[in-house]
Design a protein around this ligand. Structure first.
Ligand code: CA
Length: 220
């Protein structure tokens, strides 16, 4: 798994990073909330492990902000705050689970497994405002009516559904849909986007994408 570990404790941080790396996970260690925000913008993680008391702010505020801006990555809170109301607040704001400190590595690994299993099951179907995408059967429905998409239109839509709320750059989209961006004609990307948009807007009767001029597109 690709993990983002947000922990400012100078002893616990490296210890967890090493323990997780030994289990064949890739770990990016962030010691502050700001660093974690930058990391989340720059890469896709399977799980965020988040301490609450951070030098530049509270982890709970980070959870709220990330969820508000559409990040779907599971978040596991690890904290010394262990009152039921702390846990309830964390889950309410969009965290997925809560592991009180101190904990053992085995306990952390078990929580991680449970969380990502849940994520994988939910990931088989992506839903966003009337659009339902069945990844197993490769079907797309708009208001429960099937929509026929070409392979590239489908690949584009998967990526938008997994990153709803975010502006996706044309370069990034091209990389997702073609294996390399070097041989991609950006005009062709715009043609695929325009077809995908046309099909979905006809089916849903509302705007589906916002074009961010010179940058890319956002799923509405
Ligand atoms: Ca801390």
């Amino acid at each position: 798994m690709n993990l983002l570990l947000v922990e400012d404790d100078p002893r616990l941080g490296p210890l967890l990073r090493q323990g997780l790396a030994e289990q064949a996970h890739t770990v990016q260690w962030a010691q502050a909330r700001g660093v974690a925000c930058d990391a989340l913008r720059g890469a896709r993680f399977d799980l965020v492990i988040l301490d609450l008391g951070l030098p530049d702010g509270d982890g709970l505020e980070a959870v709220r902000d990330w969820r508000a801006s559409g990040f779907k990555t599971p978040i596991l809170i690890v904290s010394g705050r262990n009152r039921p109301e702390d846990r309830a607040k964390a889950l309410e704001l969009g965290a997925d689970d809560y592991l009180p400190k101190p904990f053992g590595l085995a306990e952390l690994l078990a929580k991680m497994r449970a969380l990502t299993r849940r994520d994988a099951a939910e990931d088989a179907v992506l839903v966003h405002k009337g659009i339902r995408l069945d990844l197993v059967g490769r079907h797309v429905f708009a208001n429960e009516r099937p929509v026929e998409l070409s392979d590239r239109e489908y690949a584009l839509l998967v990526h938008f559904m997994r990153n709803s709320g975010r502006v996706l750059t044309r370069t990034l989209l091209a990389e997702k849909v073609w294996s390399s961006h070097y041989d991609v004609d950006m005009n062709l990307l715009d043609v695929f986007m325009s077809r995908l948009r046309g099909k979905l807007e006809t089916a849903l009767g509302r705007p589906v994408f916002r074009t961010v001029r010179g940058i890319g597109y956002r799923l509405l």
